[in-house]
Design a protein around this ligand. Sequence first.
Ligand SMILES: NC(=O)c1ccc[n+]([C@@H]2O[C@H](COP(=O)([O-])OP(=O)(O)OC[C@H]3O[C@@H](n4cnc5c(N)ncnc54)[C@H](O)[C@@H]3O)[C@@H](O)[C@H]2O)c1
Length: 352
Amino acid sequence: MSREWRCAVIGTGMIGEWHVRMIPQLPHCRLVAVCDNDPNRTKAAMEKCNVTAPVYGDMEEMFAKEQIDSVHLCTPSGQHLEQAQLAMRQGKNVIVEKPMEIHPDRVDQMVQAARKYGVKLAGIFQNRWNPANRAIRDAVAQGRFGRLAWAGSFTPWYRPDKYYQAGGWRGTWKLDGGGAVMNQGVHQLDLMQWIVGPVKTVCAFASSRIHASIEVEDTLSCALQFENGAFGSYLATTAMFPGSPTRLEVGGEFGTAISENGLKRFEFKEEQPQDKPLLEQLSPALAKNSGGGKNPTDVTQDLHGQNLLHIYQAWENGQEAETSGPESRKAVAIVHAMYRSVRKNGAPVDVK
Ligand SMILES: NC(=O)c1ccc[n+]([C@@H]2O[C@H](COP(=O)([O-])OP(=O)(O)OC[C@H]3O[C@@H](n4cnc5c(N)ncnc54)[C@H](O)[C@@H]3O)[C@@H](O)[C@H]2O)c1
């Protein structure tokens, strides 16, 4: 990369702090401002990351005073559209934390705004840079599984009540847009559709099993069918103490693979010389955390760095990022089909 990207972070809470830490480590990126309407959170994030930059409590004031090329939106999910539109109107490129927005129509409006104002838009789905997930995706693309029969994706996590109370927006329809699926399980859903292909139909059941104070589901279980004919099973929960790593399993005619805090299984009728070394190199026995199972920070931050690096490299080359607006929409659209099915007591609903 040759040009310098002047970056600003909006929302310096749990995940915004990661962006504040990561941006100065990215080549040709400079953190030029941070913005949060709670100055205590900005102060805490800057101190923790040992970085300094001008601090703002209001986006418009920040845009008026600072030269900024790109903003990283790390605010509650249901605010992303209006904040992205505000930034784009000022000619800023926008990187948005997952989920890009809480409704596919709102993602579409973000994509349209990026086109209208001639700026770039990208989302974050950092688990696409997990090497175990990427190895399985490559194997699917190379046809190593033959006809796919089934894929499973499970997020058996635990969050205590105080997680939902913090911030005041989690667990609300308006700002979280849903519960265990829209907030946590959306990662695995994105991986499943990215690896196996588009999801055609879903049948889902959901409710809040243990978190009495939230409006949304803390557990959702779903059967699904992919456009290529394969079947699937999906679980997202924040109600399974103590919380376990996510699991993605894919299998078919010629092979089975499992990604669970590493590459747990990678077995094909026709073995290739790199298969065994890859299993050893990515062994779950080497994992150092629960992959977010026990709490949101019990994960590696490296994948975020790789997702961000990829975005800036793609933009530098005049390309869309792998996690572009339309790509980020796919998981949100599946979540919405699931919620429509839940409201119809598990009836089949097509993804749109
Ligand atoms: N990629 C991941 O793995 C991952 C992990 C956690 C959260 N997230 C996503 O990141 C986003 C934020 O989640 P979080 O857990 O960091 O939330 P948080 O509550 O910890 O932080 C949100 C921050 O935004 C600030 N904020 C709210 N409204 C604002 C406004 N109008 N202007 C400026 N600042 C404002 C709040 O003061 C707070 O500091 C959500 O979309 C969430 O889904 C992604």
